[in-house]
Design a protein around this ligand. Structure first.
Ligand SMILES: [Zn+2]
Length: 280
């Protein structure tokens, strides 16, 4: 039975494949995390939402609340773009100001190895999702798509448990869910992508559409096809299972420590739209 009232929360967490084996960052066994409500489903203009977990995170700034969703809201039978719209509609209703995401990615850059962690500062969207907006009434400037303040906190959190953490890099987004061919990977590498994955867009611009900051933490789980050597399914699976709690802890650390009023400049990159498009 869908809930009608969306609880208020400053943080939205798009749990991805990086935390899949534990559910979401909200499922982390951590004394700072209290689950306030689970399996919350809401009616949205884009269909029934995926299930959210409402959590409280205790930390130096006092208690903070977050709405957390598994696997970006992806479910069988629901298009990924629709799932993203449902998730971000709920975040908007909740008054979310900061969105955090995680995921596993393939490496395009020859300098990266499995278990390296990257907090990208830019992206290339090769997906064919079109006209994806929750509000659609603002000009969304992508000069600085990733919030530098959230990225700094993710980087600080990840630098403790992980040997190699990169603070810069370009995330190339594809539709998936299939992997890429060798020729596609070669093309994408030459476009300038460092890692390849399926989840940074449309989230990154839906966050800006609702006026929230966005940053994500991604763990390299495989070499993309034709890069370095063939990847192994066993290694990919091991990374997902072994590192999911560590990735989730980095997300929770960031919820706990981030400055809600950081002078990050993200809000200035969303301007009133100049297009006055008539309704149909
Ligand atoms: Zn920001």
């Amino acid at each position: 039975m869908p809930e009608q009232r969306v609880p208020q929360a400053d943080f939205g967490i798009c749990g991805g494949s990086g935390t899949l084996s534990i559910g979401t960052a909200g499922s982390l066994p951590d004394e700072r995390v209290t689950v306030l409500a689970d399996r919350l489903v809401f009616d949205t203009p884009f269909g029934s939402s995926p299930a959210f977990t409402h959590i409280r995170v205790d930390g130096p700034h006092g208690p903070r609340e977050a709405l957390s969703v598994r696997m970006h809201g992806w479910r069988r039978g629901v298009k990924r773009a629709d799932a993203s719209l449902q998730v971000f509609w709920v975040f908007h209703e909740a008054g979310v100001r900061k969105v955090l995401a995680d995921g596993g990615v393939g490496s395009l850059n020859h300098l990266l190895d499995p278990r390296d962690v990257i907090i990208p500062n830019d992206f290339i969207d090769l997906t064919i999702k079109q006209d994806i907006y929750v509000r659609g009434d603002h000009l969304l400037i992508m000069r600085q798509p990733i919030c530098p303040d959230l990225a700094d906190h993710l980087h600080a959190a990840a630098s403790v448990p992980f040997a190699r953490v990169f603070r810069r890099g370009t995330y190339l987004v594809t539709d998936g869910p299939r992997f890429e061919s060798v020729a596609e990977v070669d093309y994408m590498r030459r476009l300038g992508g460092d890692v390849i994955g399926q989840s940074l867009a449309p989230e990154v611009f839906l966050a800006r559409d609702i006026g929230a900051c966005y940053a994500g933490i991604y763990i390299v789980v495989n070499y993309a096809e034709g890069v370095i050597r063939q990847w192994e399914h066993g290694e990919l699976k091991a990374i997902f299972f072994e590192e999911s709690q560590t990735i989730a802890r980095c997300v929770i650390d960031t919820v706990s420590a981030a400055d809600l009023d950081a002078p990050c400049g993200c809000a200035d990159l969303r301007k009133p739209s100049l297009l006055d498009t008539p309704e149909e």
